[in-house]
Design a protein around this ligand. Structure first.
Ligand SMILES: Cc1cc2nc3c(=O)[nH]c(=O)nc-3n(C[C@H](O)[C@H](O)[C@H](O)COP(=O)(O)O)c2cc1C
Length: 180
């Protein structure tokens, strides 16, 4: 079982800790895991040209922008499960993660059937961030395994919440263990 986590926070903060906790527990169940920090990658804005769409041959499309996505898209295709993580920005997912999702046009129909999960963290109001992650997953016809939300403001704050840590570990276990 290969599980990747995609971190949509521009800082080393609560989202990253939440994803790390999910992956640690998945690894304890034998999964192979990788944390991908979007802030460390060179990812340009989607230009909306749609020349990259998956064709009738069901092969990945080719984006005209040559950047960090060339490494990230194959990782998504190779994964059995993908965990999306975002800080809540104006009650929504972060722009960093949204642009990443926009840049998945070359492969999104090929994500069908993979497992998906989401984590989100807000200072005081979650808004629709988890719904945003779930919407992407549903559109790609991925299988939603679950989500965890938390309240925290400063980096490191969420790590003090034992109940959240327990929920994150549970999500990791659920992602790693096949029910079939
Ligand atoms: C641009 C911006 C918008 C934010 N919008 C919200 C919001 O709508 N609701 C909220 O409760 N917190 C909001 N916050 C606070 C963050 O969600 C919170 O600090 C979170 O812990 C950040 O996660 P991180 O440490 O992973 O970056 C916002 C922060 C920023 C920088």
């Amino acid at each position: 079982m290969k599980i990747i986590a995609i971190c949509g926070s521009p800082r080393k903060g609560n989202t990253e800790w939440m994803l790390t906790t999910v992956l640690e527990s998945a690894r304890a169940e034998g999964a192979e895991t990788e944390l991908l920090l979007l802030r460390d990658r060179d990812i340009g804005l989607c230009r909306g040209c749609l020349t990259c769409e998956v064709g009738d041959d069901r092969q990945p499309g080719v984006c005209i922008i040559k950047d960090g996505m060339e490494e990230l898209l194959p990782k998504m295709l190779a994964a059995d499960a993908i965990v999306f993580g975002t800080p809540v920005y104006f009650y929504m997912l972060s722009g960093l993660l949204k642009n990443f999702m926009d840049r998945t046009v070359p492969i999104w129909p090929l994500l069908k059937g993979k497992r998906a999960a989401g984590v989100a963290v807000a200072n005081d109001t979650m808004g629709r961030a988890l719904e945003n992650l779930r919407t992407y997953s549903d559109l790609c016809e991925m299988q939603w395994i679950g989500d965890v939300s938390a309240l925290a403001e400063e980096p490191g704050e969420v790590a003090e919440n034992e109940a959240v840590a327990e929920l994150l570990s549970g999500l990791g276990r659920k992602l790693a263990v096949r029910r079939e």
